[in-house]
Design a protein around this ligand. Structure first.
Ligand SMILES: *[C@@H]1O[C@H](CO)[C@@H](O)[C@H](O)[C@H]1NC(C)=O
Ligand SMILES: *[C@@H]1O[C@H](CO)[C@@H](O)[C@H](O)[C@H]1NC(C)=O
Ligand SMILES: *[C@@H]1O[C@H](CO)[C@@H](O)[C@H](O)[C@H]1NC(C)=O
Length: 506
């Protein structure tokens, strides 16, 4: 069975290219703008299961559009918000193991809510291109369902939040497109790429499908038409954790370890580790409210990796997952963040900026550097970093992350490690740079701190040598004010009320 899954995944990827044209050939009547069809409930094939916090893993009560009695039978709470969870393509024709996990996490965060799981398993377990084309019919079913809730029960649109994974993200998008009023929020969890990367907005999740559309992209490796997750931004806020291509902890080594410890029964999860990480990042944001991750808007992955994008001005940063602030930013803006390998995924982001001097002309590439951070709350020693370039009289900027909350930074140590080319001349300390100051910007607090050498005017970064030690310099008082201002802003207007998910975006 494990082998079969891998095989099917390969098929999925290889079919991607062939099916790029399907969306334009599907009947246009599906998207006709007459509203009569939406009240015709006779052809709905999807099922809507209202799950409970007590039994999150089984379909015990279906809400049937057109049968009002099912509302009370299933104990649908008309006063509370409703989450509609939509699964993606499935090899086995069964729900994947993440479904009850997400249901439980939603109830943990919002105990009075209704969590409805859409069952379109029949259509979702065909050959990938067929299932991909069926997103239109499944989306139509979901549109009819929510439209009926609204028409029959006056259930408010602003209480609706659709969450779709993979193909399910496009199902949610199509549902949002077809309803007469705008759904409050759609969360796309690594929306499927094959067949959708070049499709029009009517066939994919897009910003017009809800008042607020937020998207996590976690498995976008490869050329655009072969990537499992869609590469282009399709929402108001599009977050690319770890660059969006591939997630930490999902490499072959970890995969082998998981197989060794748990056998092949969780093969679907192992194969789709990065794809499914989008769901677990969202679950993390629901259950670990105190450790909310932050993402930052950036022009490119490369600029982000240089630490150049840790600004929160003008909505450039945002919380990740459930608490995402509803900003309807400019089109195609991508946001980036780093994460840990396991839950809780949060890390703290720092930009380190340093000017290195030397008398002699020195030039290195790919140098191993170790940085240690010491602060009021904790410390993290020997964070490894590969410096792409190390040249005389140049300014270097790089991104450093820790999984430890260090608090206010007090001291920084930096060490130039030996690499395999370390030679005799290095013993004489010929390869060394002088550093006067170190500037660090913390993404999470927006604090900017300037450090100066602990001993003398300069600290020395010596190849294979000891630590260059820096302490907080007196110049940075003005930046503490900036940090206080930022904290006030985080408490106040910027993020106020948004975690409730009810306030309309501006
Ligand atoms: C439906 O769309 C057509 C064009 O596609 C337009 O002419 C017509 O007015 C629309 N009808 C409604 C009810 O919006
Ligand atoms: C670097 O700059 C210093 C002066 O700031 C100068 O003395 C030194 O020669 C420069 N080094 C190189 C390699 O250009
Ligand atoms: C932010 O709000 C919390 C509780 O709502 C409060 O304890 C804290 O002092 C506030 N911080 C600032 C900087 O106003």
């Amino acid at each position: 069975m494990g082998k079969e899954n891998i095989w099917l995944l390969v098929i999925w990827i290889s079919l991607a290219k062939k099916c790029t044209g399907f969306s334009t050939t599907t009947e246009d009547t599906v998207l006709s703008n007459t509203t009569e069809w939406i009240t015709d409930l006779s052809d709905i094939q999807s099922k809507f299961s209202l799950r409970t916090a007590e039994i999150p893993d089984d379909d015990l009560c279906y809400i049937v559009p057109g049968q009002k009695n099912t509302i009370s039978e299933c104990q649908f709470n008309l006063e509370a918000k409703t989450f509609v969870v939509i699964h993606g393509w499935t090899v086995t024709g069964m729900y994947e193991s993440w479904v009850p996990k997400l249901v439980s996490a939603l109830y943990e965060r919002e105990p009075s809510a209704n969590v409805v799981v859409v069952d379109w398993l029949e259509r979702a377990s065909q050959h990938y291109p067929t299932s991909a084309a069926y997103t239109k019919l499944a989306g139509r079913d979901v549109a009819k369902f929510v439209q009926w809730l609204q028409r029959e029960l006056h259930y408010p649109w602003e209480k609706l939040h659709l969450l779709g994974y993979s193909l399910g993200a496009h199902v949610a998008g199509i549902a949002g497109l077809l309803t007469n009023n705008k759904i409050n929020r759609i969360t796309g969890l690594d929306p499927a790429g094959p067949g959708f990367e070049y499709a029009d907005e009517q066939s994919t999740l897009s910003p017009g499908d809800a008042l607020f559309v937020d998207v996590l992209h976690t498995n976008t490796r490869g050329s655009p038409d072969r990537s499992i997750g869609i590469q282009r931004p399709v929402g108001h806020v599009d977050i690319y954790p770890n660059g969006g291509t591939f997630q930490p902890g999902c490499n072959l080594q970890n995969t082998m370890m998981m197989i060794a410890t748990s056998g092949f029964q969780n093969m679907d999860q192992i194969v789709k580790c990065s794809h499914e990480r989008s769901i677990h990042l969202f679950i993390d944001s629901l259950v670990n409210k105190q450790q909310e991750s932050m993402a930052f808007r950036c022009g490119s992955k490369e600029a982000f990796n240089k630490g150049l994008c840790l600004s929160c001005r003008k909505n450039r940063c945002n919380k990740v997952g459930y608490g995402t602030n509803k900003v309807r930013s400019v089109r195609s803006s991508k946001m980036y963040m780093r994460t840990r390998e396991i839950m809780p995924y949060k890390v703290f982001h720092y930009q380190v900026k340093v000017h290195v001097f030397s008398q002699d002309q020195l030039s290195f590439t790919e140098q191993p550097i170790l940085v240690s951070l010491f602060g009021t709350e904790g410390e993290k020693e020997d964070i490894p970093f590969t410096m792409p370039f190390l040249n005389s009289n140049s300014t270097i900027s790089f991104l450093l992350t820790t999984d430890v909350d260090i608090g206010e930074l007090l001291m920084v140590k930096m060490k130039w490690d030996k690499d395999s080319y370390f030679s005799l001349s290095d013993w004489w300390g010929n390869n060394k740079f002088r550093i006067r100051k170190l500037r660090i910007k913390a993404g999470e607090t927006q604090a900017k701190v300037i450090f100066s050498s602990r001993e003398g005017e300069f600290a020395y970064l010596v190849r294979g040598g000891g630590d260059a030690v820096f302490v907080k310099s007196k110049e940075e008082e003005s930046s503490q004010k900036a940090e206080r201002r930022h904290k006030l802003k985080m408490n106040g207007s910027l993020f106020k009320g948004n975690a409730e998910g009810t306030s309309p975006p501006k």
